[in-house]
Design a binder for this molecule. Structure first.
Ligand code: DX5
Ligand code: ZN
Length: 218
């Protein structure tokens, strides 16, 4: 399997002390920071934009994985690249020309990811396997942290693993990942595990234990 990474979603962090939370969660053993951008249109919630990414870029050297749940996405890709994203992940439904959008991300020198909603078939990415560095399998309907894991995402992970075999592509899973579900998703092929609630629960003193529990289970 490709190297395992644990990615805390700052959606579940303490936003009044966001820089501090990010630094502490990285110090506690997290690998990459996952940033959920929501527009209240593509998903039924609003989070933050490129200025937040830039602010977080300013307090950590950790890789930033920016998950864009916005439509249209094309007009904003450059702003997130300039803000300091390392990986930019988009949804196929967020624009008319997925192949072109992914090319734009790579042109900006960033890793390109594509995200599959629970309702989006794996076939939606068949034509872009040569343009991506990452597939993100959503294991909840996007929009909110703290939702229950959708079990059918295991079968989807398995199919994504088969489809991407032999390619330099990481498989990320996002939504409802805990010490209980981590083993299942890792067994189905995921190597980047996003976790919001399960990492940030209990506050800074609990981060290291929370991350270790997920890592051990995976
Ligand atoms: C949902 C987001 C997730 C979310 C995960 O739309 O993409 O990253 O923050 O939160 P948990 O881990 O609490 O399910
Ligand atoms: Zn996410």
């Amino acid at each position: 399997m490709r190297p395992l990474a644990i990615l805390p979603s700052v959606l579940a962090a303490d936003w009044a002390h966001i820089g501090d939370s990010v630094q502490k969660v990285i110090a506690a053993g997290a690998d990459i920071v996952h940033l959920d951008v929501m527009d209240g249109h593509f998903v039924p919630n609003i989070s933050f934009g490129p200025d937040m990414v830039k602010a977080i870029r300013g307090v950590t050297d950790a890789r930033l994985d920016v998950h864009l749940m916005i439509a249209p996405v094309d007009p904003y890709i450059e702003a997130f690249a300039k803000a300091g994203a390392d990986v930019i992940t988009i949804h196929p439904e967020a624009g008319p020309h997925l192949h072109r959008s992914l090319g734009a991300i790579r042109q900006l020198g960033k890793k390109a990811g594509v995200a599959l909603n629970p309702a989006t078939p794996v076939s939606a990415i068949e034509h872009v396997l040569g343009e991506i560095d990452l597939v993100l399998v959503m294991s909840v309907n996007p929009g909110f942290g703290g939702q229950a894991f959708i079990r059918s995402s295991l079968e989807k992970l398995d199919r994504v693993r088969a489809m991407t075999a032999g390619r330099d592509i990481d498989i990320e899973v996002d939504g409802g990942i805990t010490a209980e579900t981590a083993g299942l998703v890792a067994g189905a092929g995921a190597n980047w595990l996003v976790a919001g609630s399960a990492v940030f629960k209990g506050g800074p003193t609990a981060y290291a234990g929370n991350i270790a529990a997920i890592r051990k289970a995976a």
